[in-house]
Ligand binder design. Structure first.
Ligand code: OSB
Ligand code: MG
Length: 372
């Protein structure tokens, strides 16, 4: 597979509902799409970098510049055996995992299409369907949150995750639990607490939570290990796990009992599979996180979630929760049992809506230059 050109596009898409975490509220997303042109086959992927450096230091502008100046030039003109060869060609570029993931995953997409096999098979998956949960942001009122949860449960979702932060936590969890004593419930703090909050965090143990995700600093493993020893509930790491080496450290230190896999945060499918396999060897269940993706990134999350150690429902949910009209066809739908059925079609099984993408595109650049 020779990579002849890379196209970058930015789209602006309003979210149907705002999404609020401990680090802020989003009303819409700037979407970076990458197309790898490989000898008549196109591979597509989405970069999950946000509108600003809040979830991580990466954001849309760093991803755009790093792609244009370094990542695309490092791959252009190269003949690859498979997408697995991409990380080695980018390893001299430090960090920028979300940008790296976009180009690597575009090549995986191209490889699946070129070899006429489903992407999930190429990644090593097995499933016929995947289990879905939802991540529900901080709302304007408790009533609004309870209403949202009610709607998602009625739609069939198997697990509810709520965002928490100081001032939006114990009372919220108390209300949810008294109304739904037995649902699978977890919470995500996106680094909103400190180790000094230990006595406060201990009270979360009263709510029979499946897990608490990333309570402490976004780059920390050591203090999470101290915290996990003090809590009954399982701790899950998201932001802290940027590579398989971090997962090994977290597992050996006992910093978590569950790991969230986000392919963007990990720099691409190759590293995501490594983290998956490492966790499997250590009996640590994983689940697939989400970054408010369009159908392009979402379809990649669906494919990844078919690997066998994705044993807990992921934050991979229906397109219609986010977008008025998604940029793939069919859009991603979830059954009344809270599952997504896996397509047997080659590639992702979802078609790219080119016309709609063109309409939504605010800037576009095609890079054809040589090796940098
Ligand atoms: O921490 O999982 C997170 C969205 C943006 C940034 C961070 C996170 C999230 C989500 C959304 O929880 C999950 C989804 O895509 O629905
Ligand atoms: Mg998270």
């Amino acid at each position: 597979m020779k990579i002849e050109a890379v196209t970058m596009r930015e789209l602006r898409m309003p979210l149907k509902y705002f999404f609020e975490t401990s680090f802020g509220r989003s009303e819409g997303r700037r979407i970076l799409l990458i197309t790898a042109h490989c000898e008549g086959v196109e591979g597509w992927a989405e970069c999950v970098a946000g509108d600003g450096p809040f979830f991580s230091y990466e954001w849309i502008e760093t991803a755009w510049m790093t792609m244009r100046e370094f990542l695309a030039p490092a791959l252009l003109g190269r003949s690859l055996q498979s997408a697995r060869d991409v990380p080695a060609l980018l390893s001299h570029i430090r960090g920028h995992n979300m940008a790296k993931a976009a180009i690597e995953n575009a090549v995986w997409d191209a490889e699946a299409r070129a070899t006429q096999q489903p992407l999930w098979k190429l990644l090593g998956g097995t499933g016929k369907e995947i289990a879905c949960g939802v991540s529900i942001g901080i709302q304007d009122s408790h009533e609004q949150l309870l209403e949202k949860i009610e709607g998602e449960l009625a739609a069939g979702y198997q697990r509810i995750k709520v965002k928490v932060k100081p001032g939006w936590d114990l009372e919220v969890l108390e209300k949810i639990r008294s109304r739904w004593p037995r649902i699978l419930l977890s919470c995500d703090a996106n680094s909103a607490y400190r180790l000094d909050d230990l006595s406060h965090l201990r009270k979360f143990d009263d709510f029979d939570l499946l897990m608490i995700e990333q309570p402490l600093w976004d780059d920390d493993i050591f203090h999470h290990a101290k915290l996990q020893r003090e809590l009954k509930m399982a701790l899950c790491l998201d932001e802290s796990i940027r590579q398989a080496r971090d997962a090994r450290e977290a597992i050996e230190l006992g910093a978590c009992r569950i790991i969230n896999i986000k392919v963007g945060r990990l720099g691409g499918f190759s590293e995501a599979i490594s983290v998956h396999n490492l966790c499997q060897e250590h009996q640590i269940p994983v689940w697939c996180g989400g970054m408010l993706e369009t159908g392009i990134g979402r379809a990649h999350n669906v494919a990844l979630s078919t690997l066998p150690n994705f044993r807990l429902p992921g934050d991979v949910s229906a397109s219609k929760r986010y977008w008025k009209e998604d940029i793939v066809e069919p859009e991603i739908t979830v059954s009344r049992q809270g599952t997504i059925r896996i397509s047997e079609q080659p590639g992702t099984g979802y078609e790219i809506k080119r016309n709609l993408i063109e309409q939504l595109t605010t800037r576009k650049d095609t890079i054809t230059g040589g090796v940098r």
